[in-house]
Design a protein. Structure first.
Length: 236
Protein backbone atom coordinates (compact mmCIF):
# COMPACT_ATOMS: atom_id res chain seq x y z
CA UNK A 1 0.00 0.00 0.00
CA UNK A 2 2.93 2.30 0.72
CA UNK A 3 4.25 1.94 -2.82
CA UNK A 4 0.78 2.52 -4.27
CA UNK A 5 0.39 5.58 -2.05
CA UNK A 6 3.56 7.04 -3.54
CA UNK A 7 2.18 6.40 -7.02
CA UNK A 8 -1.03 8.22 -6.12
CA UNK A 9 0.96 11.12 -4.67
CA UNK A 10 3.04 11.35 -7.84
CA UNK A 11 -0.13 11.36 -9.94
CA UNK A 12 -1.68 14.12 -7.83
CA UNK A 13 1.45 16.23 -8.11
CA UNK A 14 1.47 16.03 -11.91
CA UNK A 15 -2.33 16.30 -12.17
CA UNK A 16 -2.64 19.38 -9.94
CA UNK A 17 0.70 21.11 -9.55
CA UNK A 18 1.99 20.53 -13.08
CA UNK A 19 -1.36 21.40 -14.69
CA UNK A 20 -2.18 17.90 -15.89
CA UNK A 21 -5.85 18.57 -15.16
CA UNK A 22 -5.92 21.07 -18.02
CA UNK A 23 -4.90 18.36 -20.49
CA UNK A 24 -7.47 15.98 -19.01
CA UNK A 25 -10.20 18.63 -19.27
CA UNK A 26 -9.30 19.20 -22.93
CA UNK A 27 -9.22 15.46 -23.56
CA UNK A 28 -12.62 14.90 -21.92
CA UNK A 29 -14.13 17.82 -23.85
CA UNK A 30 -12.79 16.50 -27.16
CA UNK A 31 -13.95 12.97 -26.37
CA UNK A 32 -17.50 14.18 -25.73
CA UNK A 33 -17.52 16.51 -28.75
CA UNK A 34 -16.35 13.76 -31.10
CA UNK A 35 -18.79 11.18 -29.71
CA UNK A 36 -21.86 13.46 -29.50
CA UNK A 37 -21.42 15.17 -32.88
CA UNK A 38 -20.43 11.86 -34.43
CA UNK A 39 -23.66 10.31 -33.15
CA UNK A 40 -25.76 13.22 -34.46
CA UNK A 41 -24.15 13.01 -37.90
CA UNK A 42 -24.53 9.24 -37.83
CA UNK A 43 -28.24 9.44 -37.00
CA UNK A 44 -28.98 11.96 -39.78
CA UNK A 45 -27.04 10.13 -42.50
CA UNK A 46 -28.06 6.72 -41.16
CA UNK A 47 -31.76 7.57 -41.40
CA UNK A 48 -31.29 8.73 -45.01
CA UNK A 49 -29.41 5.56 -45.96
CA UNK A 50 -31.94 3.31 -44.22
CA UNK A 51 -34.80 5.09 -45.99
CA UNK A 52 -33.15 4.57 -49.36
CA UNK A 53 -32.51 0.90 -48.67
CA UNK A 54 -36.13 0.10 -47.67
CA UNK A 55 -37.70 2.16 -50.46
CA UNK A 56 -39.03 0.09 -53.40
CA UNK A 57 -36.57 0.28 -56.31
CA UNK A 58 -38.86 1.06 -59.26
CA UNK A 59 -36.55 3.54 -61.00
CA UNK A 60 -32.99 3.29 -62.22
CA UNK A 61 -31.88 6.22 -60.09
CA UNK A 62 -33.06 4.52 -56.90
CA UNK A 63 -31.19 1.36 -57.83
CA UNK A 64 -27.98 3.35 -58.33
CA UNK A 65 -28.53 5.16 -55.05
CA UNK A 66 -29.17 1.87 -53.27
CA UNK A 67 -25.96 0.41 -54.70
CA UNK A 68 -24.00 3.45 -53.49
CA UNK A 69 -25.52 3.11 -50.01
CA UNK A 70 -24.64 -0.59 -49.95
CA UNK A 71 -21.04 0.22 -50.91
CA UNK A 72 -20.90 2.98 -48.28
CA UNK A 73 -22.12 0.68 -45.52
CA UNK A 74 -19.80 -2.11 -46.65
CA UNK A 75 -16.76 0.18 -46.68
CA UNK A 76 -17.27 1.76 -43.26
CA UNK A 77 -18.28 -1.50 -41.60
CA UNK A 78 -15.52 -3.45 -43.31
CA UNK A 79 -12.52 -1.27 -42.44
CA UNK A 80 -11.14 -0.32 -38.99
CA UNK A 81 -11.91 3.21 -37.87
CA UNK A 82 -8.17 3.84 -37.46
CA UNK A 83 -7.71 3.16 -41.18
CA UNK A 84 -10.59 5.51 -41.98
CA UNK A 85 -9.03 8.26 -39.86
CA UNK A 86 -5.64 7.85 -41.54
CA UNK A 87 -7.14 7.78 -45.04
CA UNK A 88 -9.23 10.88 -44.40
CA UNK A 89 -6.48 12.87 -42.68
CA UNK A 90 -3.42 11.88 -44.68
CA UNK A 91 -4.93 11.03 -48.09
CA UNK A 92 -8.30 12.72 -48.71
CA UNK A 93 -7.52 16.13 -47.20
CA UNK A 94 -4.24 16.61 -49.16
CA UNK A 95 -5.93 15.47 -52.39
CA UNK A 96 -8.82 17.89 -51.88
CA UNK A 97 -6.49 20.65 -50.67
CA UNK A 98 -8.47 21.12 -47.46
CA UNK A 99 -7.27 22.01 -43.98
CA UNK A 100 -9.16 20.75 -40.94
CA UNK A 101 -8.27 20.42 -37.30
CA UNK A 102 -7.67 16.90 -36.01
CA UNK A 103 -10.82 17.10 -33.87
CA UNK A 104 -12.93 18.17 -36.88
CA UNK A 105 -11.52 15.26 -38.88
CA UNK A 106 -12.34 12.88 -36.04
CA UNK A 107 -15.92 14.22 -35.84
CA UNK A 108 -16.43 13.71 -39.59
CA UNK A 109 -14.94 10.22 -39.67
CA UNK A 110 -16.75 9.06 -36.54
CA UNK A 111 -20.00 10.47 -37.93
CA UNK A 112 -19.58 8.72 -41.28
CA UNK A 113 -18.57 5.49 -39.56
CA UNK A 114 -21.47 5.64 -37.15
CA UNK A 115 -23.90 6.31 -40.02
CA UNK A 116 -23.05 2.92 -41.55
CA UNK A 117 -23.97 1.09 -38.34
CA UNK A 118 -26.98 3.25 -37.51
CA UNK A 119 -28.35 2.77 -41.03
CA UNK A 120 -28.53 -0.98 -40.43
CA UNK A 121 -30.02 -0.45 -36.98
CA UNK A 122 -32.54 1.99 -38.44
CA UNK A 123 -33.37 -0.33 -41.33
CA UNK A 124 -34.21 -3.07 -38.85
CA UNK A 125 -36.29 -0.59 -36.86
CA UNK A 126 -38.24 0.48 -39.95
CA UNK A 127 -38.89 -3.13 -40.96
CA UNK A 128 -40.13 -3.87 -37.42
CA UNK A 129 -42.96 -1.35 -37.79
CA UNK A 130 -46.30 -2.88 -38.73
CA UNK A 131 -46.71 -2.64 -42.54
CA UNK A 132 -50.26 -1.55 -41.90
CA UNK A 133 -48.90 1.80 -40.70
CA UNK A 134 -47.62 2.56 -44.21
CA UNK A 135 -50.85 1.37 -45.77
CA UNK A 136 -52.85 3.52 -43.36
CA UNK A 137 -50.81 6.62 -44.17
CA UNK A 138 -51.14 6.10 -47.91
CA UNK A 139 -54.88 5.44 -47.60
CA UNK A 140 -55.46 8.91 -46.13
CA UNK A 141 -53.64 10.58 -49.00
CA UNK A 142 -50.09 10.92 -47.61
CA UNK A 143 -47.20 10.39 -50.01
CA UNK A 144 -44.67 7.61 -49.43
CA UNK A 145 -42.05 10.08 -48.21
CA UNK A 146 -44.42 11.91 -45.87
CA UNK A 147 -45.71 8.64 -44.41
CA UNK A 148 -42.16 7.47 -43.87
CA UNK A 149 -41.00 10.68 -42.18
CA UNK A 150 -44.10 11.37 -40.05
CA UNK A 151 -45.32 7.88 -39.15
CA UNK A 152 -42.80 5.11 -39.80
CA UNK A 153 -39.46 6.68 -38.79
CA UNK A 154 -40.69 8.12 -35.44
CA UNK A 155 -41.97 4.65 -34.45
CA UNK A 156 -38.75 3.03 -35.66
CA UNK A 157 -36.63 5.41 -33.58
CA UNK A 158 -38.57 4.43 -30.45
CA UNK A 159 -37.78 0.80 -31.19
CA UNK A 160 -34.04 1.36 -31.60
CA UNK A 161 -33.33 3.70 -28.66
CA UNK A 162 -31.35 0.96 -26.78
CA UNK A 163 -29.28 0.25 -29.90
CA UNK A 164 -28.56 3.96 -30.37
CA UNK A 165 -27.41 4.06 -26.75
CA UNK A 166 -25.03 1.18 -27.43
CA UNK A 167 -23.70 3.00 -30.49
CA UNK A 168 -23.07 6.13 -28.41
CA UNK A 169 -21.18 4.06 -25.84
CA UNK A 170 -19.12 2.49 -28.61
CA UNK A 171 -18.25 5.95 -29.96
CA UNK A 172 -17.13 7.12 -26.51
CA UNK A 173 -14.76 4.17 -26.20
CA UNK A 174 -13.50 4.33 -29.78
CA UNK A 175 -12.36 7.94 -29.42
CA UNK A 176 -9.18 6.52 -27.88
CA UNK A 177 -7.82 6.09 -31.43
CA UNK A 178 -7.99 9.77 -32.43
CA UNK A 179 -4.42 10.22 -31.23
CA UNK A 180 -3.39 8.73 -34.60
CA UNK A 181 -4.28 12.07 -36.21
CA UNK A 182 -2.96 14.23 -33.38
CA UNK A 183 -6.19 14.91 -31.49
CA UNK A 184 -6.15 15.11 -27.70
CA UNK A 185 -8.62 12.77 -26.04
CA UNK A 186 -8.74 11.08 -22.63
CA UNK A 187 -6.13 8.50 -23.62
CA UNK A 188 -3.69 11.16 -24.83
CA UNK A 189 -4.32 13.26 -21.71
CA UNK A 190 -3.57 10.48 -19.25
CA UNK A 191 -0.70 9.19 -21.34
CA UNK A 192 0.73 12.70 -21.06
CA UNK A 193 0.45 12.55 -17.26
CA UNK A 194 2.05 9.11 -17.21
CA UNK A 195 4.93 10.26 -19.40
CA UNK A 196 5.60 13.26 -17.18
CA UNK A 197 5.47 11.26 -13.95
CA UNK A 198 7.15 8.11 -15.31
CA UNK A 199 4.29 6.26 -13.67
CA UNK A 200 1.36 4.89 -15.70
CA UNK A 201 -0.54 2.72 -13.22
CA UNK A 202 -2.62 5.39 -11.49
CA UNK A 203 -3.23 7.55 -14.62
CA UNK A 204 -4.56 4.55 -16.52
CA UNK A 205 -6.71 3.45 -13.56
CA UNK A 206 -8.25 6.94 -13.34
CA UNK A 207 -8.77 6.97 -17.11
CA UNK A 208 -10.59 3.64 -16.94
CA UNK A 209 -12.74 4.97 -14.09
CA UNK A 210 -13.74 8.03 -16.12
CA UNK A 211 -14.75 5.83 -19.07
CA UNK A 212 -16.82 3.66 -16.71
CA UNK A 213 -18.57 6.73 -15.27
CA UNK A 214 -19.33 8.05 -18.77
CA UNK A 215 -20.76 4.71 -19.90
CA UNK A 216 -22.81 4.42 -16.70
CA UNK A 217 -24.21 7.95 -17.18
CA UNK A 218 -25.17 7.19 -20.80
CA UNK A 219 -26.82 3.91 -19.76
CA UNK A 220 -28.88 5.70 -17.10
CA UNK A 221 -29.87 8.40 -19.61
CA UNK A 222 -31.05 5.76 -22.09
CA UNK A 223 -33.14 4.10 -19.38
CA UNK A 224 -34.76 7.44 -18.52
CA UNK A 225 -35.57 8.07 -22.20
CA UNK A 226 -37.03 4.57 -22.59
CA UNK A 227 -39.12 5.00 -19.45
CA UNK A 228 -40.51 8.34 -20.61
CA UNK A 229 -41.33 6.91 -24.04
CA UNK A 230 -43.19 3.98 -22.45
CA UNK A 231 -45.20 6.40 -20.30
CA UNK A 232 -46.07 8.51 -23.34
CA UNK A 233 -47.23 5.38 -25.20
CA UNK A 234 -49.46 4.35 -22.29
CA UNK A 235 -51.03 7.79 -22.11
CA UNK A 236 -52.09 7.66 -25.75
Amino acid sequence: MGNFGKKVETFINVFVDAGGYKTVTTGLKNTLIIAILGLVIGIVIGILIATVRVTPKKRGFMKILDSFCSFYVGFFRGTPIVVQLLLFYYVMLPILGLRMSSVSVAVCVFGLNSAAYISEIMRGGILSVDPGQMEGGRSVGLSYGTTMMKIIIPQAIKNIIPSLGNEFIALIKETSVVSFVGATDLYVAFNYIGSNSYEFMVPYLVMALIYIVLVFAISMLIKVVERSLRKSDKSL
